[in-house]
Design a protein around this ligand. Structure first.
Ligand code: FMN
Length: 324
């Protein structure tokens, strides 16, 4: 039985909860096992930046786990069991919520599949027992649908939410096959007042079922969103103009393209080579993890670091003296 995990980052029984549950109901109707998690009910602390997860994998001493053990382990365990995830996140200040970002920081880079796979294969070759290797379920092919929700009536007030939501999926190589942006949530008291959006959520469920039951990889990965978008890899529309003002980068997935105006329309072309270098693809991810493994300066490279740091250690550490 295929397993679909729904995660809502919204308020209890508000828009995100209902939208995810509605999509899950459709998956259940199609014979899937489903689980629903409300992220706000999890106690997940921030990534401290210690990078022990990556160092452990690179040195072969660790399995890619965080040194902190809290409710992130519940979410991680459910993701590892799943074949697909459906995520819905409210827009806070034009972007994802703080908790969404906290969870994403705990996912990557510890869950980066290129780090994990290398640690797994090297450990296996060295004859390590299974319980000392990264969890092989991390390499399972998974599909995802992303739902970005905003209260504002104007679309650009949710502009960064959907792009940011890829931070949950890309480290683990989870393939996003559908995405929905729902703004103007405050125009109805609740999404239940929008039959069109509720039907779209049912379609999210059907799209996820079609993807996880696909017979070919091409069919599993087929894009099922309403629009093709601009980037051919991630289908988003968020581009960054390069310093030379001739080319653009997809902010979400890192594909590099060329921008042209044709008959007053913006056209962006991305070569196949550049598409493969996207952080959503194996080659692009591997390029990044290799860069870190081979080019990051090891600690101790700056000889007199302690001396250089000294002026900053206790600098400006006292509270302001004046109330003004
Ligand atoms: C702190 C905060 C900031 C918000 N900022 C935005 C925003 O920038 N754009 C927007 O469209 N809605 C914004 N909203 C509205 C929420 O996105 C909206 O209420 C959404 O429905 C919440 O999801 P939920 O109903 O699943 O809890 C904000 C809400 C809060 C609490």
């Amino acid at each position: 039985m295929k397993k679909v995990l729904g995660i809502s980052f919204g308020r209890k029984m508000a828009n995100c909860d209902i939208m995810v549950k509605h999509a899950l109901m459709e998956c259940e109707k199609a014979g899937c096992e489903v689980q629903f998690i409300r992220a706000d009910e999890l106690n997940v602390s921030n990534c401290t930046g210690c990078i022990a997860c990556v160092i452990g994998m690179v040195t072969g001493r660790g399995k890619g786990y965080c040194v902190r053990h809290d409710d992130f382990d519940i979410l991680d365990g459910a993701v590892m069991q799943s074949d697909a995830v459906i995520l819905a996140c409210p827009t806070y200040e034009t972007s994802v919520t703080g908790r969404f970002k906290t969870i994403c920081d705990r996912i990557g880079p510890s869950h980066d599949i290129t780090f994990r796979k290398a640690a797994y294969e090297e450990g296996l070759a060295a004859g390590k027992p299974a319980d000392q290797l990264p969890d092989p379920r991390a390499f399972k092919k998974r599909s995802a649908a992303l739902i970005a929700v905003g209260g504002a009536m104007t679309e650009n007030w949710i502009a960064l939410t959907l792009p940011m939501m890829y931070e949950f999926t890309f480290p683990m190589g989870i393939d996003v096959i559908d995405a929905v942006e729902y703004w103007g949530a405050m125009a109805t008291e609740n999404v239940l007042g929008s039959p069109e959006m509720m039907e779209r959520m049912a379609k999210v469920g059907r799209n996820i079922v079609a993807s996880i039951n696909a017979e070919t990889e091409e069919e599993r990965l087929a894009w099922r969103g309403d629009e093709e978008g601009v980037c051919p890899v991630c289908h988003t529309r968020l581009l960054q103009v390069s310093h030379d003002k001739n080319t653009v980068d997809c902010v979400v997935c890192g594909s590099h393209g060329t921008l042209n105006l044709v008959d007053g329309k913006i056209e962006v072309s991305f070569t196949q080579e550049e598409q493969d270098r996207s952080r959503l693809r194996w080659i692009g991810k591997l390029e990044h993890s290799t860069e870190i493994k081979t080019q990051a300066a090891p600690s101790g490279s700056i000889k007199n670091l302690k001396e250089l740091k000294a002026p900053y250690v206790n600098y400006a550490a006292k509270p302001f003296t004046s109330e003004e």
